[in-house]
Design a protein around this ligand. Sequence first.
Ligand code: GUN
Length: 284
Amino acid sequence: MAVILDGIKIAQEVRVSVRSEAAALKEETGIVPGLAVVLVGSDQASKIYVEKKAKACAEAGFFSREYKLPEDTGEGKLLDLIRDLNMDKFIHGILVQLPLPRHIATDKVIAAIDPLKDVDGFHPYNAGALLTGAPLFVPCTPRGIMELISRTGIDIAGKEAVIVGRSNIVGKPAAILLLAQHATVTICHSRTKNLPSVTSRADILIAAVGKPHMITANMVKEGAVVIDVGVNRLEDGKLAGDVVFDEVAPKASYITPVPGGVGPMTIAMLMRNTLEAAGAAAKK
Ligand code: GUN
């Protein structure tokens, strides 16, 4: 039976250390880390995430500002706000909650964020720098995944890592981070042929598709570390991961639950990235 990787507990540990590092930064430099969170429209899940981020900032001793803009906000207006935030000396991190409404070009908005304030790590500069090994910021969910894997104590070098899902936010950056730690990495997606034969090779299996219960026990190698990034709302209102937990847990060595696995780690890493942004600003 797998050991459950408790994301709530590990995230809390990260947040406690971020809080004390933030207090030390304030003591030394007078700088209080500041995060701006921008939400356009009224997507229910996004609203909940944004509230959690504001609460986490308060708990970490950060300054935060929320910008809740109506669904019909024009792209130009959003770009103007980002330019203002780029210049704002109280703001060290800018997060634009995704997805954006369809009439706004997400790429253009992300590219407008100062890479030094891109605490999501989504700007093309940081995405490119991740490939060559020295990004200013690593995207929060993959960073949280790496922290969870490091807590297992396994040596990643030489392991087979299989990632199901190729998003810019999770799948691709997670693959690059695992590669940097010398895993042999495979990325699977909707066109992958014979998916179970590929996932069954994985010593480390990351499910980041957004399809409830798609990873079943027959797709998992005995003793694998299984990280479930899926957050799927079922018709009965319950949250489900991409992994059939009850089936896979007896086969895995370590597994993350949903909820309470990767999700809390994302916010903890956002706090860490924002602290690092403020620390870098203090050195300028
Ligand atoms: N939407 C879903 N995940 C994320 C995230 O990590 N950052 C932002 N900005 N939007 C998201």
